[in-house]
Design a protein around this ligand. Structure first.
Ligand code: HEM
Length: 546
């Protein structure tokens, strides 16, 4: 059996770690028994705050951040300090410490502010939504939004909308596969971005914007361009002083602000339409919900307007943030979920079998179909364990706490680092394996083949991709269901044909091309990618010549 030394890190072809980051301090139990040490004694990375920030301003920010954190935990142990710009952060990775952080988050938990977004709202005199607000103001809005997107009654309302988009997306893929001779190799990321945007618009506005059509309207094209540009410019702006760039009229800032302006005016147009519809319904004596284009509720926007508890300005602020928060966050893990399913044929087969049975019994009801296929939820959780989009979950504890026997004063920025947590052997058995069944409850494990001693046995704070507690991701239910429904229809679409129909997933930067969703008889197979062929040819030449 291959054993990995504690400080050695094995990586896969994409540069993601296969071995777990291991706490360097040997005897944690012994250290806990000692008197708490001072904050200054927490191991420090030593580099300056601005150097740390600039290090992450790379094309692949996620990977560089993940690798940096993992290497630092390997070197310094399960807790370390570092400067981020002008503030100090304490980074942790073990569930017990993370639990302690959340227990002291207070009634109004706080995260780091996304400064470019906040500067845009301040300069344009727009209200902030829950993403950017704090304190009692945040809580008041958040409770109203929870009712529209987190409660099970709201899930039942938006599930058919998501299902329709997922089915249309798969029909589009099938057509494309069909017209290219029963097999298609694609980089799924631009398509998934469109899928996520179409799904968000349907749920939030109750409106389809036609992104799957071969010629989307000019308005939709402008909108997708604005969302793409806003997301692309947010990343570099995180490491630069937005206020200064604004004063200098720097092109980067102007692009960011103009993209936001467009997203806001898109929301405003929908609000005006909704308002007119609401008024005409009221004047004709009807009350209650707004009908959307497809006979549904007019989306979350319609619900918020019909209830009338948030001002139109606050509705606009929150709807715009929900739109911005939900596109990349689902598109990226979906790409990795397809990739992992494609390169793990046995897992894919198990998921597909469960999906088929459940879909057949559900009679077209998406809620029943998802309930009968818990491996879909496991697939989403497992993907987010290995590829967390959030990188860290942050809190400023409201009281002094002790972590790893170090004293942390109230108000310090503490960050739970999701990637080292998800790949830690202290926390997960065989963390490098993609096993959706590890998240099943013991009773339903038989179908999924999980192993004894794995997750689900009482230790919390391991699945934190959506954060935790009162401030956890408000779009969580939308995201989970959107991803599960897409995987359901993708799995179901390519089942059981006599002829091999293949969707080949190819992600730039990933060296192997993966053959996915081949015929139902053969399941998935991994195709040999170009780079690997070149390596094999080189090896053969080597043996032939020498
Ligand atoms: C896989 C998809 C997603 C992931 C992994 C994700 C992750 C997160 C995380 C980690 C947080 C911070 C939670 C905390 O501090 O405890 C968050 C907050 C938030 N997310 Fe998501 N998110 C996803 C999808 C979405 C979607 C689809 C929407 C909108 C429809 C959304 C809207 C928001 C908003 C508005 C907040 C701020 C909530 C608050 O501060 O009260 N997210 N998300």
């Amino acid at each position: 059996m291959l054993s990995v030394p504690a400080r050695l890190c094995v990586r896969d072809a994409r540069g993601f770690a296969l071995s777990a980051p291991r706490p360097a301090s040997g005897d944690l139990g012994k250290r806990r028994a000692e008197r708490p040490r001072s904050f200054e004694e927490i191991p420090h990375t030593g580099s300056s705050g601005w150097v740390n920030l600039l290090r992450f301003w790379k094309e692949d920010r996620f990977r560089s951040l993940h690798n940096h954190m993992e290497q630092t935990f390997n070197a310094l142990g399960p807790i370390y300090r570092e400067r981020l710009g002008s503030q100090e952060s304490v980074n942790i990775m073990l569930p017990a410490d993370i639990g302690e952080m959340f227990r002291s988050e207070g009634l109004h938990p706080r995260r780091m502010t996304l400064q470019p977004w906040a500067t845009h709202r301040e300069t344009r005199k727009h209200s902030k939504g829950i993403f950017l607000k704090n304190g009692a103001e945040w809580r008041a809005d958040r409770l109203l939004l929870n009712r529209e997107v987190m409660m099970s009654s709201s899930v039942r309302r938006f599930l058919p909308l998501l299902d329709q988009v997922a089915q249309d997306f798969c029909a589009l893929l099938r057509r494309r596969v069909g017209s290219s001779g029963h097999s298609l190799t694609l980089d799924p990321s631009p398509d998934l971005f469109r899928f996520a945007l179409e799904a968000s618009c349907h749920v939030l506005y109750g409106e389809r914007i036609g992104l799957f059509s071969s010629s989307p309207s000019l308005e939709s094209q402008r909108f997708i361009w604005a969302v793409e540009r806003m997301l692309a410019t947010t990343q570099p702006l995180l490491y630069l002083p937005s206020g200064l760039l604004l004063r200098l009229h720097a092109p980067l800032w102007t692009k960011h602000a103009t993209a936001w302006d467009h997203i806001f005016s898109h929301a405003e147009a929908r609000i005006q339409k909704g308002y007119q519809r609401l008024q005409s319904r009221k004047s004709s004596g009807e009350s209650g919900q707004l009908p959307g284009n497809h006979g549904h509720s007019g989306g979350v926007l319609g619900q918020l307007m019909a209830r009338g508890q948030l001002s139109l300005e606050l509705i606009k602020a929150n709807i715009t943030e929900l739109m911005a928060g939900g596109v990349d966050t689902t598109a990226v893990p979906l790409q990795f979920a397809l990739y992992e399913l494609a390169r793990n044929p046995a897992v894919q087969e198990t998921v597909r079998r469960q999906v088929r049975e459940s879909w057949a019994q559900a009679g077209g009801d998406p809620l029943k179909a998802l309930q009968g296929a818990p491996l879909l939820k496991g697939t989403v959780k497992e993907t987010l364990r290995l590829y967390p989009v959030g990188i860290t979950v942050q809190r400023y504890p409201v009281k002094d706490i002790v972590l790893q026997n170090y004293h942390i004063p109230a108000g310090t920025l503490v960050q739970a680092c999701l990637y080292p947590l998800g790949r830690s052997r202290e926390v997960f058995q065989d963390p490098h394996l993609f096993e959706p069944a590890r998240w099943l409850k013991p009773a339903s494990r038989d179908t999924g083949g999980a192993r004894e001693g794995d997750v689900g046995v009482g230790v919390g704070f391991r699945s934190l991709a959506f954060g935790f507690g009162a401030r956890q991701c408000v779009g969580r239910r939308i995201a989970e269901n959107e991803m599960q429904l897409l995987l359901l229809h993708v799995s179901e679409s390519w089942w059981g044909g006599d002829r091999a129909i293949g969707l080949y997933i190819q992600i730039p930067g990933v060296t192997e091309t993966v053959k996915g969703f081949a015929s139902g008889v053969n399941g998935l197979g991994v195709a040999v990618g170009l780079r690997r062929i070149l390596v094999m040819v080189k090896m053969m030449l080597h043996f032939l010549c020498f």
